[in-house]
Write a protein that binds this ligand. Structure first.
Ligand code: SAM
Ligand code: SF4
Length: 335
């Protein structure tokens, strides 16, 4: 089961603690979301290039010794990878890992609720960009709204802390901002509106991001003029608000405007073992290759420490340092 926090914490070259890993367990997915991949999908990695669970456990073990405490399982769609629950049980046994959460599209999630509880998962981020079945199909190119909606209510009923992730897309789902906010009236859920990023396998969808945090906030304030600002947690990526009298809250994640970099405590490991110390970098180190070349835990630790002490100040610096423009799919990055 999950352990109590380890006191050892590593700080990066900008004084930010590194405590949080987002772990993509697969690059495969059962949806084709407009903002994430092209209609005909992305070329999936051959299985031999994907980290095995054993390799992931070893890497997380080394990271935990360096102060990683929290792991978010992501992908691709995590639940399309076989034996995910067995892996998560083992992950929860790693000393120092005291929180495991998951981000999912909700299609296969329902059948694993009991096991997630046993493992100690408390928070689930569910991606749901619209409450309209037709728009859901247009955005995800699959007709799975009823299943995802059912998962949403099951997660709420089972007492999970539920965060709904909704990417705001010009001309696609802006009419959903208010209906999604209305979900917070009678349910203690967080609805987080995310600025669309160019990680869709194609590059920028628009010449300029139309729906940035200011416009999303203005839209909310038009319907809810007395929207209240909430105090944000120290490493929060969202600016959080509440409609007075509502049970839940709403947040805006400025993923494109990158206003949260100053307190960023997270690193990413892609399904093929690339370490990303910023969402906008193009991978600073391949841990799979190091492992398969026979690296010891001490070698891994040393390489990780070098990477942590060379983090870009923010997502703009990371983007400038890239070898190619931002256009890969979030499914390969791990959201
Ligand atoms: N398949 C799972 C899901 O959809 O929740 C986990 C992986 S998905 C890549 C993680 C998160 O990234 C989702 O909430 C999704 O909405 C978000 N995302 C994907 N592409 C994005 C983009 N281009 N801009 C902003 N958010 C994006
Ligand atoms: Fe799949 Fe998630 Fe990407 Fe949608 S956002 S295509 S569900 S990985």
């Amino acid at each position: 089961m999950l352990q109590m926090p380890d006191s050892k914490i590593i700080y990066d070259n900008h004084g930010r603690p590194i405590t949080y890993l987002r772990l993509a367990v697969t690059d495969r997915c059962n949806l084709r979301c407009f903002y994430c991949m092209p209609e005909d999908g992305v070329k999936y990695l051959p299985k031999s290039k994907v980290l095995t669970y054993e390799e992931m456990l070893r890497i997380v073990g080394v990271m935990a010794k360096l102060g990683i405490q929290k792991v978010r399982i992501t992908g691709g769609e995590p639940f399309v990878r076989q034996n995910l629950m067995d892996f998560m049980y083992q992950l929860s046994d790693i000393e120092g890992i005291n929180e495991i959460n998951i981000t999912t599209n909700g299609i296969l999630t329902g059948q694993y609720i009991r096991q997630m509880k046993e493992i100690g998962v408390r928070s689930v981020n569910l991606s749901l960009d619209t409450l309209d079945q037709k728009r859901f199909f247009e955005i995800t190119r699959r007709d799975e709204f009823p299943k995802v909606n059912e998962t949403l209510y099951r997660l709420i009923d089972e007492g999970f802390e539920v965060k709904i992730n909704a990417v705001v897309m010009d001309g696609k789902n802006t009419e959903d901002i208010i209906p999604l906010t209305e979900l917070t009236k009678n349910h203690n859920v967080s609805v987080r509106f995310i600025e669309e990023m160019p990680f869709n396998g194609e590059g920028l969808h628009y010449p300029k991001l139309e729906w940035n945090l200011h416009k999303i906030l203005a839209e909310l304030r038009t319907t809810y003029p007395d929207l209240q600002k909430l105090k944000d947690a120290p490493s929060s990526t969202s600016y959080n608000y509440q409609v007075p009298g509502y049970q839940g809250n709403v947040g805006i994640i400025a993923a494109f405007s990158r206003t949260f970099c100053g307190t960023c405590n997270r690193i990413r490991l892609t399904a093929q073992g690339d370490l990303k110390t910023c969402l906008y970098d193009d991978g600073v180190l391949n841990l799979r290759d190091l492992l398969r070349d026979g690296a010891t835990d001490e070698d891994l630790q040393n390489q990780l420490l070098v990477a942590f002490s060379n983090r870009p100040k923010d997502g703009f610096e990371a983007e400038r340092n890239r070898k190619s423009i931002v256009s890969e799919s979030m499914t390969t990055i791990g959201g």
